[in-house]
Design a protein around this ligand. Sequence first.
Ligand SMILES: Nc1ncnc2c1ncn2[C@@H]1O[C@H](COP(=O)(O)OP(=O)(O)O)[C@@H](O)[C@H]1O
Ligand SMILES: Nc1ccn([C@@H]2O[C@H](COP(=O)(O)O)[C@@H](O)[C@H]2O)c(=O)n1
Length: 275
Amino acid sequence: MESEVKKPFLIGVAGGTASGKSTVCKRIIGKLGQAEVNDQQRQVVSISQDSFYRELTQEEKLRAQKGRFNFDHPDAFDEKLMYTTMKDILEGKKVTINSYDYRTNSICPNKTVTIYPADVVLFEGILVFYFPEIRELFHMKLFVDTDSDTRLARRVPRDINERGRDLDQVLNQYMLFVKPAFEEFCSPTKKFADVIIPRGADNTVAIDLIVQHIRDFLSNRLSLDALTLSPTSTPALNGAAINGSRDEFLQSALRRFSSSVINRKLFTILYDRHI
Ligand SMILES: Nc1ncnc2c1ncn2[C@@H]1O[C@H](COP(=O)(O)OP(=O)(O)O)[C@@H](O)[C@H]1O
Ligand SMILES: Nc1ccn([C@@H]2O[C@H](COP(=O)(O)O)[C@@H](O)[C@H]2O)c(=O)n1
């Protein structure tokens, strides 16, 4: 039998720096029951746009060390790599992405992350809605809308504790690049969002609604897939549906989709429609 190609539900998660984008993604992953699942089995994965910062020239590296490089400008990213990676993910391919090191302002040498095909892929970053070709790939677009005071108050300790910066560097970079670029490039992309999440991860009502929408989308797609099964594409499943018992059909359907986050009660309904 042909192996199943997983075409994921692709969700873009944009918002200003330290708005809570990665925390929102973690909450969604947790609520879909995927927090403890290992990388290869994981059906819901999150990718950061930071993995697509481009390598700097020597001159840019020197400027970055002095806090004089604008990492909040669209040109700081490798747009082409972002697009081809998202296309590959949408085609159900396994992809390899870079790890990024904020301390050296560069891609970690000899360190990559493998992203295995999944049901749901979240792609989060300050400018994920900025590039039109990439924006159009998303099935759902979320904008995490946290006020700028809160974001700065979170960014300062994070950049000092986790990204190797000192207070002066963080504040200078914020005033010189981060704040103006947010206003010019990030904030205007809020209008493309399907859902705006005020207060980020604190907004459990919004997160629950989004999780329910993801479940509904996946159930509907699975329902369509199963209703259009052809004997050539999935002989085992179809054979069971046509010739076998109700239990055989459900067993083979569950085997095929056993790793999915989708509601399995659906198969009972499908069986009743098929037979
Ligand atoms: N709702 C929240 N309440 C308190 N701290 C938060 C909240 N959301 C995020 N944080 C903290 O703020 C910092 C930035 O959050 P993060 O999710 O990494 O933001 P982003 O991905 O948008 O840069 C992290 O240290 C995180 O733990
Ligand atoms: N070498 C770098 C690369 C990026 N940044 C800053 O990271 C921010 C984006 O990450 P978030 O998790 O905050 O969304 C962005 O505002 C860049 O300024 C950096 O400081 N150094």
